[in-house]
Design a protein around this ligand. Sequence first.
Ligand code: ZN
Length: 66
Amino acid sequence: MNMDAPAEKEKRMCIVCEKEQEDGLEIWGEFICRSCENEMVNTNVEDKKYPFFIRQMRQIWLKKNA
Ligand SMILES: [Zn+2]
């Protein structure tokens, strides 16, 4: 085993920004990157972006329950 090689992290496509990211979390089998997670946490309900996040989350939920 070559210890000099950096650990190859698996990149996954974020369901919110649709970019390939390494860091993030998995919700219901779908991936949300770290920056989107932070943004969602810090987004106020009155924020214009909030409905977008809800819609993306809903997509995950709908897929899960299809
Ligand atoms: Zn993202």
